[in-house]
Ligand binder design. Sequence first.
Ligand SMILES: NC(=O)C1=CN([C@@H]2O[C@H](COP(=O)(O)OP(=O)(O)OC[C@H]3O[C@@H](n4cnc5c(N)ncnc54)[C@H](OP(=O)(O)O)[C@@H]3O)[C@@H](O)[C@H]2O)C=CC1
Ligand SMILES: N[C@@H](CC(=O)OP(=O)(O)O)C(=O)O
Length: 352
Amino acid sequence: MHSFQIGILGATGAVGQKFIRLLQEHPWFTIKALGASERSSGKKYSEAVHWIEPIELPLEVAEIKVDDCDPSAFSGVDFVFSGLDSSVATEIERNFAEAGIPVISNAKNYRMDESVPLMIPEVNPGHADLIKTQTFSSDGSGWIVTNPNCVSVPLAMSLKPLQDEFGVSSVVVTSMQSVSGAGYPGVPSLDIIANVVPFIGGEEDKIQTESAKLLGTLGSGTVDFAKMDIQATAVRVPTIEGHLLSVSAGLLDTPSTLEDVSRAITEWESPIADLDLPSSPEKPVKLYTENRFPQPRLHTDREGGMQTAIGRLRKGTVLDIGYVTMAHNTVRGAAGGAILNAELLVAKEYIK
Ligand SMILES: NC(=O)C1=CN([C@@H]2O[C@H](COP(=O)(O)OP(=O)(O)OC[C@H]3O[C@@H](n4cnc5c(N)ncnc54)[C@H](OP(=O)(O)O)[C@@H]3O)[C@@H](O)[C@H]2O)C=CC1
Ligand SMILES: N[C@@H](CC(=O)OP(=O)(O)O)C(=O)O
């Protein structure tokens, strides 16, 4: 039985709160320390946080005193999760890694760093070995692992079975991103109610580069990015949870029938299936055949928000195939993805 004491950086934010909710009754990880800005430090968590999760704030967490995000306040934890604002994550996460405290981060800052794994356990678990190339701490005890942007997650998860079976040459994707992706209080209500905003700053670049890294292969100490052209358009829509993507993909080996593509998706086996990780969905990718599925309101919470949905699979007219895909942005695309990364790193004995 594994047992680890953990800390959360950015614990008062929208993602920090999701970490707290998902870690309630986690069989391996117990919350011991919480960090946030100087606005919150010194206060009890219940006084510092504007709680937005639809469950009672857990009593044992409510009483924890929030600290500055300084490694000295986190001695004794085995590792930290980070849901830090990106304006401060670079320095704080580096300080923790340099102090010998592993950081499992949800922030974008280190995702494209050559030595940092950008990981979805079902897509590229082997990239964890990049940890060995990191030099944050002299004895290798401190390192950083990241999870991707909340759109890159369903995109890479849905492309993986296609890449394995046919190879993927090109992708055109348009995201329909829920408002929770912008955190709290997020997008002004007058911008988003009964409206659509066709721009999310910095998002398209992240989707394009992160997906190529996720689907790349680990060569000798670095990741060779997948050679596929990806064009993304990021759009904010008035849903609450769940980012839905419209995808068109060009394949290297043209499948003879659409059934071949369906089969590649439904018969795809996750490389971590046999590890039985606590947050691992039984079925990481589900293909819906009903034309009106998947929908954010109906399907984002499936398998605890950890399942990626695919639907509307059809033959393409410009590229080979078209489909939609969707994942829970603050669970699979944020805190839940980071927790699954941590579980994989326990299984691989990077955390012990
Ligand atoms: N929302 C989402 O769906 C997703 C978010 N992300 C990423 O996760 C991170 C957090 O996002 P989100 O939770 O929405 O953001 P929030 O703004 O809700 O929370 C930010 C957190 O960072 C803390 N913080 C801010 N400044 C400092 C500082 N100077 N020192 C220490 N802590 C500080 C805040 O503490 P305090 O309360 O004290 O100000 C708060 O805990 C971001 O990097 C975001 O890009 C990633 C994927 C999805
Ligand atoms: N930009 C995403 C959320 C986010 O914070 O992404 P990232 O982790 O890549 O910064 C959204 O608005 O839906």
